[in-house]
Write a protein that binds this ligand. Structure first.
Ligand code: MG
Length: 369
């Protein structure tokens, strides 16, 4: 499975510093939204992602273990350096390998999955309002405008240890993942996010459009967006050339299926032809007895026989003799010589019938069985 990535980050229209950071280092992708006075937030988010990346490269445990290591590093720095004391960051990371997405998550940045027209939030927000929604105290609509909607209940770096949410998701060809900071989701409604993700096949342009939408809506926070397209490896088109890249592989399968079907049909027809060409029968052509190569059948109106030899014997005279009454339907023969033997028998029988009492061959159907 191949991942096509689009990424955009923007300071927004109100903040003086962009404290968001992102990581794109296949197969690892992450966003982090830092917080803390001065430059603390900036330091927290970038340091956390550096540590996750390094721990991943060193193969240290699971993705959640790597996030916990980032927590320890940010916390230590915060303790050691008065200038960044109390800093923290959200961290939403995904590692994509073998068509499986493994998530590790702390805070209120989000991961979404767009699959088959359905946009689903993969992560749970670690916020006061999300907790209130889960407890049934407020509705999601009330949470979106709640005065304490920005209160984050779990972050990287403020405590010595942190609980990391983990999730695993099998990916399908055409799946689109979105990682983003709350500068997007706080400004742009989910149905609008989904509309952009569905309208823009190119992941980079989709990311850029979402940042633009957040800024148009006010841009009161830093905005960071990662769009990850999961595509099967077998020759997908370059992004942006077709209205829906996710449909393309299934179209290819359809074409491949059609080609196989045609090959099978042709093979069957060749087999039928070879069989037909070995068959012989005696039948009627233009009112005369004739030897045919093929079979006396017309499936779907297709003629499966050719006249080999037409005789001068009137078909009506032959059919008048009881044993040959099936002549119009074809009297089968073993081979060409056998077909001619049947014809000679017919000729003799017709002659006998025309001059009764001159012989004893009448009624003998020969090879007419
Ligand atoms: Mg933010």
């Amino acid at each position: 499975m191949r991942i096509d990535v689009g990424v955009a980050t923007d300071i927004g229209r109100v903040r003086e510093v962009n404290e968001d950071s992102y990581l794109v280092d296949a197969p690892l992708y992450a966003v982090a939204d830092g917080m803390g006075g001065h430059r603390g937030g900036d330091v927290a988010s970038s340091l956390a992602l550096e540590i996750v990346e390094a721990a991943f490269r060193e193969g240290k445990g699971s993705l959640a273990d790597q996030v916990r290591e980032a927590n320890r590093a940010v916390h230590s720095r915060s303790e050691a350096d008065q200038a960044v004391s109390g800093m923290g960051t959200t961290l939403t990371a995904v590692m994509v390998e073998d068509a499986t997405a493994r998530f590790a998550h702390v805070g209120d940045s989000r991961a979404y999955l767009l699959r088959a027209g359905d946009l689903r939030q993969v992560t749970n927000d670690h916020t006061l309002v999300a907790r209130m929604v889960r407890a049934g105290e407020i509705t999601p609509e009330e949470a979106a405008v709640h005065p304490h909607r920005n209160v984050v209940t779990r972050v990287i770096g403020t405590e010595e240890t942190v609980a990391v949410d983990e999730d695993t998701l099998p990916l399908l060809d055409g799946d689109r993942l979105l990682l983003c900071s709350d500068g997007l989701t706080g400004m742009v409604a989910e149905d609008q996010i989904q509309a952009i993700l569905e309208a823009e096949p190119d992941p980079q342009r989709a990311a850029d459009r979402m940042v633009k939408a957040a800024n148009r809506a006010g841009g009161i926070d830093n905005i960071t967006v990662l769009v990850l397209d999961a595509l099967s490896e077998d020759g997908d088109p370059p992004p942006g050339q077709l209205p829906s890249p996710s449909r393309w592989p299934s179209l290819k399968r359809l074409i491949a299926g059609a080609v196989i079907a045609v090959v099978v049909i042709v093979a069957v027809l060749f087999g039928v032809r070879a069989y037909v060409d070995r068959q012989w029968y005696v039948g009627e052509s233009d009112g005369k007895v004739a030897v045919f190569q093929g079979i006396p059948a017309h499936p779907l109106g297709i003629t499966l026989a050719d006249v080999d030899t037409q005789t001068e014997i009137a078909a009506a005279d032959v059919v008048a003799i009881e044993v040959y009454r099936d002549l119009p339907d074809g009297i089968s023969a073993e081979n060409r010589a056998d077909a001619f033997a049947i014809v000679e028998q017919m000729r003799a029988d017709v002659t006998d019938a025309a001059s009764p009492g001159t012989g004893d061959g009448g009624g003998n159907g020969g090879g007419a069985a």
